[in-house]
Ligand binder design. Structure first.
Ligand SMILES: *Cc1c(COP(=O)(O)O)cnc(C)c1O
Length: 716
């Protein structure tokens, strides 16, 4: 362990009375505490919007006069004092859930690895659902007081910004992140030199720098190969997410797995649990084996030790989605490593051997399965699918006894709940409801919320979404010379009173974004009824190398642009956590149409449900568990037809039927005071049943009780 400390790249010169605004900016606790966001916004709300809700950038740019002004505002100062008191109590709290349910043992740590973390829109180091899940996991671990430390990448160019051409083709733009404008802390040693670890990449020594982001009580360490001593090419190794270049990919995964273990050692950490969120980090097991073998422990014994401390969560329900490498790449990158483990080539490849149609590969999920003692899928159905998919690794075991369980995904309530609803829940669920998010009893009292109050908030949130879209459309119009049809396609004509359906997710073909477009004439007749207008908002990125995904965007975009769509079909560019928040809070219905069982879990529908938005989805992933007949709607049935074309046909019929016969009539069926009473009843049923069960609180408690504590107790 080397001595180290952290430095903030900024020393804001703030008025003494409010100087801790600088400290709050460097702890992402503010991302799930709207009161802190208001502290910045109140100083200068235009700048707060202009800096895209980034307190570090905000404080670098705000005028001194505005700062001085609030130091004379007693209301502001009161608010400031209360927010800081809450922050201090949060950070110092000792009676946490973890303390009460396990008891703190000094130095006991859980290491959590993920290739992406979605914490806030200003930190584009995530691509989608996996990252948002990891980010939410850290926030909840912090809330519960778990001794968790996390490892990932600080991608210097982030995930791409999406632009759609006039003809609907997705273009990717990469912007270099400015770390001095982000809540990123630099770690340095006693000589003020950056904290660095080295890994070997096919004979080259690569240096990797360690950065840190503070997420409440949880530190997230991030690796970055952009270090002076590295070659120009190696500096770029960690600049982007998910390259399709295998050489680059294996290099990144070596940096994450092997470099990540070394980084923890450098920081003086010896975790008792190692949690691999998806297989990208599975090389971490090899580095820990190497450490043990170096201490003269036999290889077989080392495997048992590593397994006894390792957890693997798989997210991939189809073999084609697996992360794997051909043997020649393994030879190239692991030649010396094999010898350090005392293995020959065959023995080494056996650790992760996966048979595919054209031969054999070195499979990261296989390595992860073999090197862990607890494994899980991310929904009940995904658990079943995973047991079948990996049964061959346990050839003597019946499929239902394959040792892979499931813990269904959830969402971090404080992050995804609209501010207005948070206030409303505070009134009717009791002031301590956020302490009891996963307690179904608390949510029984949703029935006490008066219909008109709940509906007023829902209308407010939809107006907010519509204004936001108009503003975006207007800015595009002013800044770029784009065609008026593109302005309409991006939501300029949306009606804040019409039934609004949202569909936003990664554009991969299995998600079938075009299912609702299958019988376009029928769809047009559904959305264009003058008394019952319906509008549909699409958003989502395709992986830059996924041509079919990009064609899918183009197909949707061309339909959106047609005059017959009348501005009621919309495609919003650049889906990210900010747009996601507007959508899952602002629409009326959240639609999901994956081809089963590809949606391992999905989480966006859980965010929608928390905000009173009704789900309308295929019985896949979490919705197969969440749907109870009264809290939303289903598309299709719980049966698979086998033939994909027939399946699309049947599912789209089911979709149109439900819209025509149930959803639209229910929405427009109003009482004398213009309330959709039955709709609101369904909304309450949805909030009541789904908010506790699909919370990150329930999820992280399950990981703790069923996995973390098991391994901690075994290893005492
Ligand atoms: C929640 C979220 C996702 C994951 O949602 P799915 O239901 O898996 O599609 C993806 N991207 C963003 C930006 C999100 O906020």
């Amino acid at each position: 362990m080397s001595k180290h400390h952290e430095i903030k790249p900024n020393h804001f010169s703030l008025p003494r009375r409010i100087e801790r605004l600088g400290e709050l900016a460097y702890n992402l606790w503010w991302t799930w505490n709207p009161d802190v966001q208001r502290l910045y916004k109140r100083i200068n709300s235009d700048l707060w919007e202009k800096t895209a809700h980034n307190p570090v950038q905000f404080l670098r740019n705000v005028e001194r006069a505005k700062l001085n002004a609030v130091t004379h505002d007693s209301y502001y100062l009161d608010f400031y004092d209360r927010a800081l008191l809450e922050y201090d109590q949060y950070m110092e709290r000792e009676d946490t859930w973890y303390q009460e349910n396990h008891g703190h043992v000094q130095g006991e740590l859980i290491a959590y690895f993920s290739s992406e973390f979605g914490l806030h829109e200003t930190l584009p180091i995530y691509a989608g659902g996996l990252g948002v899940l990891s980010g939410d996991h850290l926030k909840e671990a912090s809330d519960l007081g778990l001794p968790l430390v996390a490892m990932g990448f600080l991608y210097t160019k982030g995930y791409f910004t999406q632009l759609i051409t006039e003809d609907g083709w997705q273009e990717a733009q990469y912007v270099k992140l400015r770390f001095d404008e982000l809540p990123v802390l630099s770690l340095v040693d006693d000589d003020e030199k950056p904290l660095i670890v080295a890994v070997d990449l096919a004979g080259r020594e690569i240096l990797v720098r360690i950065w840190k982001i503070q997420v409440g009580r949880v530190p997230l360490y991030l690796l970055d190969s952009n270090v002076e001593e590295n070659s120009a090419q190696d500096k770029e190794l960690t600049s982007r997410l998910y390259s399709s270049d295998l050489d680059l990919r294996i290099s990144q995964e070596i940096i994450l797995g092997i470099g990540g273990v070394r980084a923890f050692r450098k920081l003086g950490h010896d975790p008792v649990v190692w949690h691999m969120n998806e297989g990208h980090s599975a090389f971490l097991a090899l580095e820990r084996l190497r450490e043990l073998v170096e201490q003269e422990i036999s290889f077989d014994e080392a495997v048992e030790i590593v397994k006894s401390k390792t957890i693997f969560t798989t997210h991939t329900p189809v073999p084609a989605g697996s992360d794997e490498f051909p043997d020649w790449l393994i030879d190239k990158y692991f030649y010396t490593f094999q010898q350090q483990l005392g293995l020959d080539r065959e023995q080494f490849c056996d650790l992760a051997r996966h048979k595919v149609s054209w031969g054999e590969t070195f499979s990261m999920p296989v390595l992860a399965m073999r090197m862990s003692s607890l494994r899980n899928g991310v929904s009940q159905l995904h658990g079943e699918v995973a047991r079948e998919m990996w049964n061959y690794l346990w050839p003597d075991t019946r499929v239902d006894e394959v040792p892979i369980s499931h813990i269904t995904n959830g969402i971090h309530t404080g992050t995804w709940l609209a501010g207005r609803l948070r206030l409303l829940y505070g009134i009717y669920l009791g002031s301590d409801w956020m302490e009891r998010i996963d307690d179904p009893e608390i949510w029984e009292t949703v029935s006490n919320i008066p219909d008109e109050e709940l509906w007023a908030v829902r209308r407010h949130l939809k107006r907010k979404l519509v204004f936001y879209m108009r503003e975006r459309a207007r800015n595009q119009w002013v800044e770029d010379e784009i065609h008026p049809v593109q302005v309409i396609a991006s939501g300029a004509l949306l009606n804040p009173y019409a039934l609004t359906i949202g569909f936003a997710r990664r554009f991969a073909t299995y998600k079938r974004a075009d299912l609702i477009l299958k019988d376009f004439e029928r769809l047009l007749s559904i959305i264009n009824q003058s008394n019952y207008p319906v509008q549909i908002i699409f958003a989502g990125k395709a992986h830059p190398a996924d041509k079919p995904g990009k064609l899918l965007i183009q197909n949707v975009y061309r339909k959106v642009k047609l005059a017959e769509s009348g501005g009621r079909l919309v495609f919003l560019e650049d889906y990210d956590m900010n747009l996601a928040r507007y959508l899952i809070q602002g629409v009326d219905v959240w639609m999901n149409t994956p081809r089963r069982p590809n949606e391992a879990s999905g989480t966006s529908g859980q965010k929608a449900a928390l905000n009173g938005v009704l789900n309308f989805s295929i019985l896949d992933g979490w919705w197969r568990e969440g749907y109870n007949g009264k809290n939303g709607w289903v598309i299709g049935s719980d049966e698979d037809l086998g033939d994909p074309n027939l399946q699309d046909e049947m599912d789209s019929e089911s979709l149109y039927d439900a819209l025509e016969n149930e959803i639209i009539p229910l929405y427009y069926n109003r009482s004398s005071d213009n309330l959709p009473v039955e709709w609101i009843a369904r909304m309450k049923e949805s909030i009541r049943t789904l908010a506790p069960e699909f919370s990150m609180r329930r999820m992280v408690k399950s990981y703790a009780k069923d996995m973390y504590f098991q391994l901690m107790d075994n290893n005492q």
